[in-house]
Design a protein around this ligand. Structure first.
Ligand code: NDP
Ligand code: OXD
Length: 310
């Protein structure tokens, strides 16, 4: 049987994904008619990214499931027209990219590299950083990405704490839960990494009161989602020096508007939502395998929990 698979993502992505998806479906033994332009009532599966053509699923009368190309699903998770199961992207490419980006940014802060990179004026003022074993790093969110980052940092000897909704056990990482756990995690965060999803519960989790619980001079790295941070509160904390620096990859509005205060702030580094990119070859294999499973009567892997919002 041939399955009609609709590729619904921004149009420039079609040429990046067409071949990897075709190869992945062939190697999974799934026969598909893959297109960016199927009639809605003929579509069996949708490969989905935010900002693509489909935002109303009502006309897709024979749709069996939606396969997300992104890890974050906040733009679609509460869409009332989505009535079939949806998977999100869990993939080694995404995971390894995030581990590399987070580790690099933690090491930038830990080693105090900026003065040497930014000023080469003949001054000779060594500032010896502590060893990683004496540096406390906190990660909010210990899912697929947060737990991999926590493990990588623990392997480098950092004192890593993490916080999640449910109990987690990660070797070398102090795993915390609940509001007391959050307070404790924040209070020891010399470097804080945000890898929570954007849900109604996590919005503005890093507000003025949470920022005040962090040690003076702390640094923040946010590859999670922009709405996790109360931007005004962060700017105020940066201005008093309570928070020394922030590296922000994600924002409430993207691209970050040119007149946003973050661009001009001397203690903010803005990166353009690139911390972890979905890699077409490995991601296509995940999608093809998931459709193969579903056709064989097995549940989708990496199912979105629509009640929890992620
Ligand atoms: P997961 O769903 O695997 O992990 C989410 C983590 O957040 C889990 O540990 C979960 O807890 C925790 N969490 C969720 N809600 C709460 C809450 N209310 N209180 C405490 N903990 C909570 O997601 P991923 O690790 O795959 O991805 C995380 C996020 O990273 C994505 O949602 C996306 O926003 C962002 N991302 C950013 C990218 C970039 O390029 N900047 C690329 C890819 C993803 P529990 O373990 O108990 O479920
Ligand atoms: C994602 C992202 O959620 O790239 O996958 O932000």
């Amino acid at each position: 049987m041939t399955l009609n698979v609709l590729f619904s993502a921004p149009s420039h992505r079609w040429h990046i994904y067409q071949r990897p998806l075709e190869v992945a479906f062939a190697s999974a033994g799934v026969t598909v008619n893959l297109s960016g332009d199927h009639a809605p009532n003929s579509v069996d599966y949708i490969v989905f990214a935010p900002n693509g053509p489909v935002d109303d699923f009502s006309a897709y009368s024979r749709l069996k499931a939606v396969l997300g190309l992104w890890a974050g699903v906040e733009t679609v998770v509460s869409n009332p027209t989505l009535t079939v199961p949806m998977s999100r992207m869990v993939d080694t490419g995404l995971r390894d990219g995030m581990v590399e980006w987070v580790t690099g940014n933690v090491l930038r802060y830990h080693l105090g590299l900026d003065p040497y990179i930014c000023t080469q004026d003949g001054s000779w003022n060594p500032v010896i950083p502590p060893l990683a074993r004496d540096r406390r790093v906190t990660i909010l969110g210990l899912g697929e990405l947060g737990s991999a980052c926590a493990s990588a940092l623990a392997r480098l000897n950092f004192q890593v704490s993490g916080w999640a909704r449910r109990a987690r056990g990660i070797e070398g990482v102090t795993c915390l839960q609940g509001s007391d756990g959050l307070d404790h995690a924040l209070s020891r965060a010399e470097i804080l990494v945000l890898l929570l999803p954007n849900t109604p519960v996590t919005t503005n989790i890093l507000n003025a009161s949470a920022l005040a619980k962090m040690p003076k001079g702390a640094r923040i790295i946010n590859p999670g989602r922009g709405p996790l941070i109360d931007d005004d509160a962060l700017l105020a904390s940066l201005n008093t020096g309570h928070i020394a620096h922030a590296t922000l990859d994600v924002f409430r509005v993207e691209p970050l508007p040119k007149d946003h205060a973050y661009w001009a702030h001397p203690n903010v580094t803005v990166t353009p939502h690139l911390a972890a990119e979905t890699r077409p070859d490995s991601a296509s294999q995940i999608i093809a395998e998931n459709i193969r499973r579903f056709e064989a009567g097995q549940p989708l892997k990496f199912l979105v929990d629509r009640g929890a919002g992620y």
